[in-house]
Design a protein around this ligand. Structure first.
Ligand SMILES: Nc1nc2c(ncn2[C@@H]2O[C@H](COP(=O)(O)OP(=O)(O)OP(=O)(O)O)[C@@H](O)[C@H]2O)c(=O)[nH]1
Ligand SMILES: [Mg+2]
Length: 319
């Protein structure tokens, strides 16, 4: 795949005459808080994968949303948790670095779980990590609780950290999302837009495609899912008939995991391939031929190249 297929912008591009605003908003929270769901809702398209499992997002993913004359670049981050393995550490480091570059941070807390140990750890880390950077609070998944509970939780959280504003939202159902977006639009610094108005994400297509396959695997494998699994797009060929041929490799760490990914008679990988192909076809608006292979690489979690393919820094995993 050539660089031209990349959807990364070359330089700031301005926007219309008059007063424009643009900035970065980092979404942080515990794994599973709903960060990717919120990003997709804000962008109005699925650019970051979502599953019911924790630690779905592995790298920083940028999605671009427009609100009046403001461009809001949402930065989805991996969940914040106490990292143990190299991959965990690299993910958590990517999350904090996404925050460092942001103009505004939104902390998502799950309404029905309240102030967990994990939330407490994030609250404790905020002053040191962010200094005076403004943080807004979004209590998410309000569809799961009664409203009386919400007021108490909002109060307790605001006692723990001076949030600039508190929102009650359901990222999945959309409740409160428009208010949050409108407010963020007003809060963005004045300046030219950072991306073309019609651009949705800042992530190479090959990575979006790999993420789609990883999502389908995660959804399909449930509790059998090996944590030690990653997907890479190995080649991307444009065909003369306008379709694309995409070859992807699924890396697993153990021989036994290969069988799980393939499924009996190959039925799992077939289903995953079909679902991923359909989603990619819809995303691109043209025909896609998707070819998946599985390879056992016992040590991939220690391989530098795997990290760069995921958009992570290998060094950050040291420690
Ligand atoms: N009921 C309900 N579920 C939600 C809401 N928002 C997100 N979810 C669900 O919560 C789960 C996790 O959502 P994600 O968006 O993947 O969460 P995340 O914070 O990006 O998770 P990681 O990438 O693992 O850190 C998914 O099953 C979502 O469908 C909501 O407002 N209400
Ligand atoms: Mg996520």
């Amino acid at each position: 795949m050539s660089d031209n297929d990349d959807i990364t912008p070359a330089a700031p591009i301005g926007g219309p005459e008059g007063e424009t605003r643009a900035g970065y908003v980092a979404l942080i929270g515990e794994p599973n808080a709903g960060k990717s769901t919120l990003l997709n809702r804000m962008v109005g398209a699925k650019v970051s994968i979502v599953t019911h499992k924790v630690q779905t997002t592995r790298a920083r993913i940028r999605g671009v949303a427009m609100e009046e004359q403001s461009q809001i670049v949402f930065v989805d981050t991996p969940g914040l948790f106490r990292p143990r393995r190299r991959l965990d550490r690299a993910m958590v480091a990517a999350a904090w670095s996404g925050v460092a570059d942001a103009d505004m941070v939104v902390l998502l807390v799950e309404a029905h779980r309240g102030i967990t140990d994990g939330v407490r750890a994030i609250l404790d880390a905020l002053p040191e990590r962010l200094g005076r950077k403004p943080v807004a609070l979004a209590i998410n998944k309000i569809d799961k609780v009664k409203s009386e509970q919400l007021l108490k939780l909002a109060q307790d959280l605001n006692d723990a950290h001076p949030f600039v504003k508190t929102f009650m939202i359901s990222a999945e159902r959309g409740h409160g999302a428009a208010d949050l977006k409108e407010w963020l639009g007003q809060e963005m610094p004045k300046g030219p837009w950072l991306y073309p108005e019609d651009q949705l994400a800042d992530l190479p297509l090959r990575m979006i495609a790999a993420e789609m396959t990883r999502e389908k695997l995660t959804l399909r494998l449930h509790q059998e899912l090996p944590y030690e699994l990653t997907v890479e797009t190995e080649s991307w060929q444009e065909r003369e008939d306008g379709s694309a041929r995409v070859d992807q490799m699924i890396y697993v760490a153990r021989e036994g995991h290969k069988g799980i990914v393939l499924g009996r008679g190959g039925e799992t990988i077939k289903a995953v391939s079909k679902a991923a192909r359909e989603e990619l076809t819809e995303f691109l608006g043209r025909k896609v031929h998707l070819f998946l292979q599985v390879k056992v690489r016992p040590n991939w979690l220690e391989e530098k190249e795997r990290y760069s393919e995921m958009g992570l820094d290998y060094k950050d995993g040291n420690g």
